[in-house]
Ligand binder design. Structure first.
Ligand SMILES: Cc1ncc(COP(=O)(O)O)c(C=O)c1O
Length: 436
């Protein structure tokens, strides 16, 4: 495994340094993969994903005395072959678009394990969800509730729904990924009375089976206290409406560490307080315990993924800052531009070398904000070296673009002993088709 002088704790579980001193993942030779599949290149380590799923499920089994499930938030990263891999794990799925729903169904996800979220679902999306009798349509607003009721009546079905309740609670994260404040566009707000009105309506309508309540506070959270406060508020609301939910989902959002100095965030620090709060309130009020469904995205896949870039030209700016330009950037990873996210990196060919050079890592795109890493320490880098960025598995490719007509990168799934499969080929657009 890893050289003890080289901290690989941000990297996937199967990361090691081989006899030549190069990084490997799942025993795969990363230089060979980069040569064969071009760069930028994204890799997912199967072992890490399985461990993350197992860790959360074990915490649920240890701390929650009723049925529970993990629903992977597919917006973190999704593709057809990735969905096929996940469908073999014993998990549920959160989708937010027709494409995600269709891919999930085609990849073999049982519709009874799929929940459909979103604040502005299209008629097509609602119709397809109804046709497939998915586990729950998570209704966001009154217009949607009324529309869905008509559609349910027309289809002659009783549709299973959850209500997305917004508990009007602030969380400590980047404002762009905070979703539960009083000003949030998401869900039925408690403070306005909308949540209570929707709950009473949903309970009284013959078109619906109101199976659950849901909230999602935001993403990249490290504090369990807001989850506890949110659960108290949504269960209080249910009690006010004489409603005993069969299912409760306090969303996802548990954060991950992006840099060596960042805070560790074990699953149990999330699962235990969430479980204890539900159990306490339900016991106090004599409610039957609902099934608990957690919806992690980032926590399941972020550390499993790495991105690999080829280092190109270097320069020094007026402040003496050394810039390393790589062959990707904002098009495959917009997270620094969107959220000023921090990352670190290593050089694949020399991960354990003395990191005595400070670099700013910039991309190749026509935008000053095209920065991958503001400042990172590396051994002296050479043009042609491969730069590897850990914790690249969530909200990078799923938010990628074709800016400057960049092709989206290839994505591989790494098993052990050097075995790998293609999840997504690198986009190779037929340029002649652009002239039509
Ligand atoms: C409804 C819902 N559930 C779960 C998630 C997953 O969040 P994370 O990837 O931070 O766990 C999101 C993310 O936006 C979400 O909107």
């Amino acid at each position: 495994m890893a050289d003890s002088s080289c901290d690989l704790s941000l990297f996937p579980d199967s990361t090691a340094i081989n006899q030549k001193g190069c990084l490997t993942i799942g025993d795969s030779n990363l230089e060979a993969l980069a040569a064969d599949f071009n760069t930028p290149l994204y890799l997912y380590d199967a072992a890490t994903i399985r461990t993350q799923i197992h860790t959360i499920q074990s915490a649920l089994d240890a701390y929650y005395p009723e049925t529970s499930a993990i629903a992977y938030a597919s917006k973190a990263y999704f593709s057809y072959r990735f969905a096929q891999k996940l469908a073999r794990e014993n998990i549920e799925l959160d989708v937010v678009s027709l494409a995600e729903l269709r891919i999930a169904l085609r990849a073999g996800f049982d519709p009874d394990r799929i929940h459909f979220h979103g604040n502005n679902k299209s008629m097509d999306e609602l119709q397809t969800a109804i046709e497939h009798d998915i586990h729950a349509i998570v209704v966001d607003n009154m217009e949607e509730l009324l529309t869905l009721e008509k559609m349910a009546v027309q289809s002659g079905k009783t549709v299973r729904i959850w209500l997305r309740i917004t508990p009007d609670i602030r969380v400590d994260t980047h404002p762009h990924i905070e979703t539960s404040a009083a000003t949030s566009k998401f869900g039925f707000h408690i403070v306005t009375g909308d949540a209570e009105q929707a709950m009473r309506y949903g309970l009284n309508s013959a078109a619906f089976n109101l199976t659950g309540i849901h909230c999602h506070l935001g993403s990249q959270l490290f504090d369990p206290i807001p989850y506890q406060a949110a659960i108290e508020k949504i269960l209080e609301l249910a009690l006010r409406c004489n409603y005993t939910p069969l299912e409760i989902s306090p969303g996802g959002g548990w954060g991950v560490r992006y840099t060596e100095t960042g805070q560790e965030n074990e699953a149990a620090r999330w699962v235990r307080p969430v479980s204890d709060t539900i159990v306490r309130i339900c016991h106090q009020h004599g409610l039957r315990l609902p099934k608990l469904i957690l919806e992690p995205g980032r926590w399941l896949v972020a550390r499993a993924g790495v991105s690999i870039y080829r280092i190109g030209f270097q320069k020094q700016n007026l402040d003496g800052e050394k810039l390393l330009a790589v062959d990707g950037g904002i098009a495959d990873n917009p997270r620094h531009a969107l959220y000023q996210s921090d990352y670190t990196a290593k050089i694949v060919q020399n991960p354990a070398g003395a990191a005595d050079h400070s670099y700013k890592i910039v991309g190749k795109f026509c935008e000053t904000g095209d920065v991958l890493i503001e400042k990172t320490a590396l051994p002296e880098a050479q043009t042609g070296d491969l730069l590897i960025v850990p914790v690249s598995g969530a909200y990078q490719l799923s938010m990628a673009s074709n800016y400057n007509l960049a092709p989206r990168p290839a994505v591989l799934w790494l098993e052990k002993d050097g075995q790998f499969e293609m999840l997504q080929p690198r986009e190779e657009p037929d340029i002649s088709s652009w002239w039509i």
